[in-house]
Write a protein that binds this ligand. Structure first.
Ligand SMILES: Nc1ncnc2c1ncn2[C@@H]1O[C@H](COP(=O)(O)OP(=O)(O)OP(=O)(O)O)[C@@H](O)[C@H]1O
Length: 761
């Protein structure tokens, strides 16, 4: 078979297979209209509401039901019909008229409980309830008894584990109001009309689970908990809460933190009587990579359009309004500790050399210091902001006393040793006594939760701070599942075999070999930058020139300059790049809506890494995304955690792992394999997370190739020469055929084109 035919699959449509292709394409994440974004809709008894809720996927049914809900709660549907941004966000809506007093209909606690259960949302108060123990319900006596016994036992033992156990006694479940439609943001939670209009302009039909759960509590905690009977209510009602959300990848966490941040900035501007031109830094959003930070800025600007709230990306050249600390207000050790970089092996954001001198120094051409930037919401990577706060080599250390909200997106990695010192440095610089912390991720290890709890408790002991509980929302299974994605685990005996298997997957010789091909666009993850570069070198000649050639394959990693990274992301978003080879730098947060496939060329180094990488496809409820993971015998000791995530995801999706012979079920990881894979020792897990598979770091296995680069170049040049010669011949025949009455030249050209023929789906 002509290899070029195979490689060019999926490029040009073939009329014969067009109809067939259309049906298949409709299943792809990159195709079709905005899907139903809610992941869970379990049937529960809803007698009090008088309606049985439909299962997930029945978008029409859900919509009707939500519209009915809306009728109860509001007279205006702000979110339908969908209009273009400019139309639906008119300037007239800019000023917030005094909200009319209207009677808000809230759900009772039982109704809240049912809706939250149906969508698999669970709220737990993790800390901050000590002050209100007296007000607790029937369980409080039991809790107290247990506490006393525990106190006795623990008198002399002050280990961390015991602290955690003690904290467990304070965990309480609560049932706040869920947001059943976006219209409620205006009618019940009273957000500004312009902000509501901007949300409407996004065209979302229903809120996702994390939006249902978090928005009421973060916007108006007192309203959200008005009907709740827990002890947390009083505390939250008076001073709000710190918040930790664990929800699946692609479930809309970004707008869940941006809406309250913009609303908070608007409210304080009104309360303080400031004009639209006076900007005070109110919120800081920290994200681990520049790509994610830029994406958040874009989302923020869409939501803040016309409100006067400025959402700004932190750059080295940016000067913020900050308070300088006088000497002695902090220890030297602390300063040194915080300004140190990330750990070895981390794919964090190194400063790259593409900034101009002006940008680096923050001075203009005449050498004068630029005025401070006008910012309400700052989005930053940890190191860029910390560099500013630590004042460079000679400057004084600074703090940000006006910040009222610190938002950690991908909080578990920001609080992991890779970024911990930098993140903690930023947190310490937010010195307002009532600064609220919110943490967001699809994965959250218990040690990270414990760290947050401990830090918040420390802060709450400061004389000027008011008591605030820490509330956690978990949507679905904590840490372990990537619903909505089809998983494949593929074994190859050798590293070289892996490359062949990848090619097979991208360009299968026949569908019987490896199932349906992955369709562009897809992301391919490797363990190291070197391997990403090497794999890119291998794959770039795989796409024929007629289909775009090497430009269709790109590589992105943290050693590239900012501008190059931004360009590649833009080309991938635009569909110009089909295969993007990358490292874990793109594993978290980035939202490429149409990614059809994720290939873990190298096994992810932890279960969490798998969840985030696989979660680049199947976003916002989209179906049809595929996550393929290759493993070799070097990976076998570490594959169990990945296999466990896959098995949990498939259980959620209702796929069976066959038990015995002939009952293999439909699972990517059959039960026999799951049982056979060795358990990973804690120490191995830790080492793997930091360094990856050791054999891939240096030596023969670190490189990726089946041929030498000289051989590859020679092969590529040979193919190009053949193509050029064919083109020349074709042109000659066409020219000759112009005088030919029977059009023989054209026929010959068609015949020759037929050699390609395979651009058929
Ligand atoms: N209610 C909604 N309906 C439909 N699409 C939505 C809704 N909310 C957000 N989206 C879209 O879902 C996509 C994923 O959102 P987002 O990037 O916020 O996910 P995330 O939960 O932060 O994912 P990750 O954990 O990977 O960072 C975005 O394209 C966003 O525009």
């Amino acid at each position: 078979m002509d290899i070029l035919k195979v490689l060019s699959r999926g490029i040009k449509s073939n009329p014969k297979s067009r109809a067939q292709g259309a049906a298949a394409t409709a299943q792809l994440p990159s195709a079709g209209a905005l899907p139903h974004p809610q992941l869970f809709h379990d049937p529960v008894s809803t007698s009090s509401r008088g309606k049985k809720r439909k299962r997930r996927g029945d978008a029409q049914g859900d919509e009707t039901e939500h519209q009915d809900d809306d009728e109860d709660l509001s007279d205006v549907d702000y979110f339908a019909p969908k209009k273009p941004a400019a139309e639906s966000a008119p300037a007239a809506a800019e000023e917030d008229p005094a909200p009319k007093k209207r009677k808000i209909k809230l759900l009772d606690e039982d109704e809240c409980r049912q809706i939250l259960r149906s969508h698999r949302m669970k709220f737990t108060v993790l800390s901050g309830l000590r002050q209100t123990e007296a007000a607790e319900g029937p369980d409080s006596k039991k809790d107290k008894k247990q506490q006393q016994q525990q106190k006795k036992k623990d008198k002399d033992k002050k280990s961390k584990e015991e602290d955690t156990k003690k904290d467990d006694q304070h965990k309480k479940q609560i049932f706040p109001q869920p947001l059943t439609s976006f219209a409620e943001l205006r009618t019940t939670y009273d957000i500004a009309p312009q902000l509501a209009a901007n949300i409407a302009a996004q065209g979302f039909r229903v809120p996702t689970e994390v939006q249902m759960g978090s928005l009421p509590l973060l916007l108006r905690p007192a309203t959200a908990l008005k009907k709740a009977s827990s002890a947390a209510v009083d505390v939250v009602g008076s001073s709000g809460a710190d918040f930790l959300a664990v929800a699946p990848t692609g479930s809309g966490k970004t707008i869940s933190f941006l809406i309250p941040a913009i609303d908070g900035a608007l409210r304080r501007r009104a309360d303080e009587g400031r004009s639209r031109d006076e900007h005070v830094l109110q919120a800081v959003v920290v994200a681990p990579t520049r790509e994610l930070a830029s994406q958040i800025v874009n989302e923020g600007r869409k939501l803040a359009f016309g409100t006067g709230v400025r959402v700004v990306l932190m750059k080295r050249s940016l000067r913020l309004v900050a308070e300088e600390l006088k000497g002695g207000e902090e220890s030297k050790g602390e300063k040194e500790e915080e300004s140190s970089g990330g750990e070895e092996g981390s794919e964090d954001e190194e400063e790259s050399g593409e900034e101009s001198e002006e940008e680096k120094t923050g001075k203009d051409k005449e050498g004068a210091l630029k005025p401070p930037a006008r910012v309400d919401i700052l989005v930053t990577t940890p190191k860029t902001l910390l560099n500013f706060l630590s004042g460079g080599k000679s400057g004084a250390r600074k703090v940000l006393p006006t910040v009222r909200s610190l938002i950690l997106d991908e909080a578990d990695v920001l609080l992991d040793p890779i970024f911990r010192k930098q993140t903690m440095g930023i947190w310490r610089a937010c010195t307002h006594p009532d600064v609220a912390l919110t943490c967001w991720s699809a994965t959250m290890a218990s040690n990270i939760e414990a760290l947050v709890t401990k830090q918040l408790e420390k802060r709450s002991k400061r004389p000027d701070s008011s008591p605030r509980p820490l509330i956690r929302l978990v949507v679905g299974l904590k840490d372990t599942a990537v619903p909505n994605v089809t998983h494949k685990l593929i074994y190859t005996a050798t590293e070289a075999g892996k490359l062949l298997a990848l090619r097979q997957l991208l360009h299968p010789v026949s569908s019987a070999d490896s199932g349906p091909p992955l369709r562009p666009p897809f992301l391919v993850f490797t363990q190291t930058i070197e391997r990403a570069q090497a794999l890119h070198d291998e794959l770039k000649y795989d796409i024929p020139l007629e289909a775009g050639g090497p430009a269709r394959v790109a590589v992105l990693h943290s050693s590239l300059p900012d501008a190059a990274r931004a360009r590649i992301v833009a080309r991938f978003r635009a569909g110009d790049v089909w295969v993007l080879v990358t490292t874990d730098v793109l594993a978290r947060g980035v939202d490429f809506a149409g990614v059809n496939g994720v290939v873990n060329y190298d096994v992810p180094t932890s279960a969490a890494a798998y969840v985030h990488r696989a979660g680049r496809t199947g976003r916002a409820g989209r179906h049809g995304g595929v996550a393929v993971t290759f493993y070799t015998k070097d990976d076998i000791p570490f594959v169990k955690s990945v296999a466990n995530v896959i098995a949990a995801s498939e259980r959620q999706a209702g796929k069976a792992a066959g038990q015995g012979q002939g009952q293999e079920g439909t699972a990517a990881v059959p039960k026999w394999l799951l049982d056979a894979l060795p358990k990973v020792a804690k120490e191995d897990k830790r080492r793997l997370k930091v360094r990856g598979v050791e054999s891939r770091r240096t030596g023969g296995k670190a490189s990726i190739t089946t041929k030498s680069s000289w051989e590859r170049r020679r092969e590529h040049n040979r193919l190009q020469a053949i193509e050029a010669s064919k083109r020349r011949k074709r042109q000659r025949r066409e020219e000759a055929g112009k005088g030919d009455k029977g059009g023989g030249g054209k026929a010959a050209a068609e015949e020759e084109e037929g050699e390609w023929g395979g651009l058929d789906d």
